[in-house]
Design a binder for this molecule. Structure first.
Ligand code: SAM
Length: 280
């Protein structure tokens, strides 16, 4: 019995259900239920919320989320070997855990969830960034979720919270910080996982703002930022050449020096440039 629920420790669950970690599925499991409960608490007050969890694996974080009072957890897991273990959790928490055996990139979770919805996951590294970008770029804002609490490789976590002037600053920082408050809530060494990955990890917590920090057309902002950072070593007047014939004037009108590089330009200035370009 574990300290947080009447279920066996995770190591026993993994052994009895034959869930040896597979690299191809990005499987690095958390085995410490005190740690998974801590991550669940970072997600905030769960009591009145539905939680979307991607990649529950043997269920460490799932158990943390349920023990911390989540109203319901919808867990999407690709590996069918994990289903029996997850079913045992569902029996301890009747009506509160729904598991879908499938690929998170292909499943629309919305039909199974009732707002308010939070997302919490120890993400598979191979699909983590793609899922994050999808959650950050919905057709409408505010999005279907109120917060994201996500484990990433530390290097990716640093890109999400990065400020101008730092090496990690780029498209991901702008996408995330334009419409969310972001913070690194917890850092974890490789030994926290089984098997230990090669790199350190970190939990990032993002809270959706009711509206963007600065006005800008989302598609246009994405285009400008993608181009600006695609050639991040170039001066912006060169990197953005072709975006508009009078790009130098537009940069100056937006408070940006044409000789600046993208990595030194703040979010507010990128939004100003986007508005200037949208104005025609
Ligand atoms: N949540 C568990 C934990 O913290 O111990 C497992 C985390 S492990 C890093 C990532 C999990 O995501 C694995 O269980 C893996 O099978 C699952 N996974 C990988 N690709 C997936 C996908 N496309 N859709 C859903 N689950 C996926």
């Amino acid at each position: 019995m574990s300290q947080i629920d009447p279920l066996p420790p995770l190591r026993d669950v993994i052994d009895s259900h034959g869930i040896a970690a597979r690299k191809s599925l990005g499987q690095n499991f958390l085995l410490d239920l005190n740690l998974t409960s801590k991550i669940a608490r970072i997600a905030g007050d769960l009591s009145g919320c539905d939680i979307l969890e991607i990649g529950p694996g043997p269920g460490g974080l799932t158990r943390g989320l349920l023990a911390e009072g989540a109203r319901k957890v919808l867990a999407i897991e690709k590996d069918s070997r994990c289903m029996a273990a997850l079913d045992e959790i569902a029996q301890i928490y009747p009506g509160r855990l729904q598991v879908i055996n499938g690929d998170a990139l292909e499943i629309d979770p919305l039909q199974y969830l009732t707002p308010p919805i939070r997302i919490a996951a120890n993400l598979p590294y191979n699909v983590g960034t793609e899922l994050l970008v999808r959650w950050l770029t919905p057709k409408e804002w505010p999005p279907f979720w109120t917060s994201l609490t996500l484990m990433f490789q530390k290097e990716v976590a640093e890109r999400i919270v990065a400020q101008p002037g730092s090496k990690a600053y780029g498209r991901l920082a702008i996408l995330a910080q334009w419409r969310c408050d972001t913070r690194i809530a917890l850092q974890l060494p490789p030994e926290a996982f089984s098997p230990p990955p090669k790199v350190h990890s970190a939990v990032v917590h993002l809270t959706a703002l009711p509206e963007p920090r600065f006005p800008a057309d989302p598609k246009k902002l994405e285009q400008v930022v993608a181009r600006a950072f695609n050639q991040r070593r170039k001066m912006l007047r060169a990197a953005l050449k072709g975006v508009a014939p009078d790009i130098e004037d537009r940069l100056i009108a937006s408070g940006i020096k044409p000789t600046d590089r993208a990595e030194t330009v703040g979010l507010e200035q990128f939004c100003a440039l986007t508005r200037n370009l949208s104005a025609g």
